[in-house]
Structures are given as C-alpha cells and as structure tokens.
Design a protein around this ligand. Structure first.
Ligand SMILES: *Cc1c(COP(=O)(O)O)cnc(C)c1O
Length: 402
C-alpha cells in the first residue's frame, strides 16, 4: 500500500507524530487526526495546476471541524455552506460575506433571515426561497445577494453520486430558469451568480471535463438575456478520492489542462464572470485518519474478529452505511505494526451491538494483539460529522489537527 503518511520504525505518523503519541495527546482512542501539511500540499498542488483566476472554495460539510475551517480560511477563496451554523462558522473565520455561498434545498425562514442579514450569497433552490428572501430583504432593509442553483439538463456518467440531470430535490430545473430570472428581476434582489452541482466523488477525468464544459455552455445560454454578466458561476466540484481497492486516483492534470482550454472562450462570452470550484473531500479527505484500538479478539467458526473501541457511531462511511451500495473496505491497517508481515485474515469490527458495525472485512493483518492501533485511512471527510454519534451512547471521537 502507498502510505500517504510518514512512518517511523514501522509506526504510522501523522504530521510527524507517531500514532501512540497521538493517542497520548488525545487522552484516549478513538480519535480522528488531520494533517495540516497534507491539506496545504493539496491546496498548493491545485493552485499550481488550475488557471489563476479560478476561485477555490471549501465545502464545509465535508469536515466542519472549526480548526480545519479556520486553517483553510487563509488558503482558499471562499466557503460553501449548507446551514446557518455552517454559515456562522465561515463568517467567524473573517471570510467576507461575498465569498460565502449558502446552498440547500430546505432553508428555513430563520436561516434565510440570518443569511440576508449577513449579506452572504444565497443560492436559491426554489421560487419559494426567492419570495422568502425578497420579503426578508424588505423587512431588514437590505438587498439580498442571490444566485440561482440550476439542476442541469445534462446527465453525467460514471459519477459516484449524481445530484443533477434528472428529477432532483436540488436546484431549479434548467428549463424553469428563464421564468425564474424574470421573477428575480421583479424583486429587489441582486443576482450575483449561478450554481451548478452535478455530482460528487467522481474519479473519472473525462466525466468531470464534460460536465464542466456542459455547465459553461448552459450558463452562457441562461445568462444571455441578463443586463450584466453574473459575478460568478459555481461549477460544483465533484473531484473524488480513491477509497477502495482498484480505485484509480483522479487524473487532475487532465481536468486542469482542459480548464485552461475552455476558459478563454468562456471569458469571451461572459466577460468578468469568475468560475468557482467548490471542493470538499478532495481538499481534506486524504489528509485524515481515524484511529481506534483493538480491545478484544476472538475466533468464531473459522474467522478471527478484532473488536475495537471505535465503530460506525464515529465513522459511518467506513462501515459502508453512508450511501454505498456494495460494502467495500476503506484502507485499514495496524498503525503500530507496519513492518510486521501479514499472518492472518481478520474481520475488524466496532463496539456497537449491531452487525452493521464493521470496519474492515477479511483483511490480511499481522497477528493482532489487544492494544494495537487500527488506523482507517482516507478519513478526513464525511467522518465524525456524518456519523450517528449518539447511537448506543459511547463517547464521541476526539479530533485533532496536527
Ligand atoms: C456536498 C457538496 C459539495 C462537496 O462535495 P465533495 O464530494 O465533498 O467535494 C459541494 N457542493 C455542494 C453543493 C454539495 O452539496
């Protein structure tokens, strides 16, 4: 396996700190550790390859840990948020309201009121939201900034998680946008942009390239009748990371080179409009690990089970219950035994009383002992905040940015 983290004498180290020392720092297992240097390296790599005028946003829902959001605030150009509390987190970093986009199909009146009062860009996902926002602007004596979230009229193939193309709860169908634009015009709101989000966790460069080009076409068409070009077009992201055996990493060079190709024509047609990419897991997913400890081992009818103090209450995605159709293992290893040759095949499970609580099925491992550290890689996104922490009442996982 290609280990992204430094290893010292057979012990995995994150941010230069070995896993046992990290456990001491956390005070106990389980914990998530995120490596700042790995996050920085990812952002730098993207900046080097992307055209210079692309705005890079962080999608907070991927990992809303406060320290990560603050860390990224000085490295990205803006944030995408999907609730009022994520919006508050973004504003607390000192990010400008104009650099924050607020999306979500079910925004409540109270959330929208806070969003209008804060001056962030509200990504409208329905006519109802437009009417609410306009009324709140009047009530607050402010002119709300709005963008239209478009449910694209194109399908993308091979994307991990499709979020557009057919019928969807997200955005406004592209066919309905011209009518909505007339409504926007009739209200006292400022139209600042468009938002297209076609999918997530895509490892296939050609699919992303095609989706971006189709997004550029669609927005250019929708914007033709506007008096001024929109300030930005948020094209989503969709950049995936490899989780499972056989996954090939995204060919980022192909995607960024294609952007250098189509961007000049886009700028010719919509002068002054900036392209925003909103990335979540691609920025932080590979920079994090989840660490739990073997607290028991037992044999059962020919199989060996390693029982840990962790589980799906901390890391639902690794258990296979966060949207996966077929359960596959996240990369997992014994973090303190990297130099020991595999000797047996084990099932690593969590401590919850449910058969759903699995960490890795049938993996080759050195003969595991009670006290060994089980490390799950690719755990920097959709981990702690995407897990049912209260289920069974065990302690929450610690988080550290190192
Ligand atoms: C979830 C989400 C993202 C982030 O997706 P990743 O796969 O983590 O990059 C970006 N934009 C919107 C609108 C989202 O809902």
């Amino acid at each position: 396996m290609n280990l992204p983290f430094l290893e010292q004498n057979g012990v995995l180290a994150i941010g230069g700190i070995d896993v046992a020392r990290l456990a001491d720092r956390a005070g106990r297992t389980p914990f998530f550790a995120y490596d700042r240097a790995a996050i920085d390296a990812r952002v730098r790599m993207l900046r080097d390859k992307l055209p210079g005028d692309i705005e890079l946003h962080y999608s907070i829902k991927a990992n809303p840990m406060q320290a990560i959001v603050h860390h990224l605030a000085t490295r990205v150009d803006g944030f995408d948020v999907a609730s009022a509390s994520e919006m508050a987190l973004a504003l607390d970093t000192g990010a400008g309201a104009r650099q924050i986009g607020f999306a979500g199909p079910g925004k409540e009146r109270d959330e929208l009121r806070r969003a209008v009062a804060s001056g962030v860009n509200i990504h409208l996902e329905s006519v109802t939201q437009l009417h609410l926002v306009a009324a709140l602007g009047w009530e607050l004596g402010l002119r709300p900034n709005v963008a239209i979230r478009v449910n694209p009229n194109f399908h993308v193939g091979q994307s991990g998680m499709r979020m557009g193309g057919g019928a969807a709860q997200f955005g406004i169908d592209a066919e309905q946008v011209p009518a909505l634009l007339r409504e926007v015009d009739a209200h006292d709101v400022a139209l600042v942009g468009f938002h297209l989000f076609w999918g997530s966790q895509c490892l296939h460069a050609a699919t992303i390239i095609q989706a971006q080009q189709q997004s550029a076409e669609l927005v250019t068409r929708l914007a033709t009748d506007l008096p001024t070009a929109p300030r930005y077009v948020n094209m989503g992201g969709g950049f995936g990371i490899p989780y499972f055996a056989g996954d090939t990493p995204l060919d980022i060079d192909a995607v960024t080179q294609a952007m250098h190709g189509w961007l000049p024509q886009f700028h010719d047609r919509l002068p002054g409009t900036r392209i925003v990419l909103e990335l979540g897991r691609y920025l932080v997913g590979e920079a994090g690990v989840y660490v739990c400890r073997v607290i028991d081992r037992k044999a059962s009818r020919g199989r060996t089970f390693l029982i840990t103090d962790g589980g799906l209450h901390h890391h639902l995605a690794a258990s296979g219950n966060f949207g996966q159709v077929l359960r596959r293992n996240f990369p997992a290893l014994l973090g303190n035994r990297l130099n020991d040759a595999p000797q047996e095949r084990c099932d690593i499970v969590g401590c919850l009383c449910t058969p759903l609580d699995r960490i890795a099925d049938d993996v080759p491992l050195p003969d595991a002992r009670i006290g060994d550290f089980v490390v799950v890689l690719q755990s920097g996104a959709y981990g702690r905040s995407a897990s049912p922490a209260d289920f069974l009442g065990h302690p929450a996982a610690i988080e550290m940015l190192v």
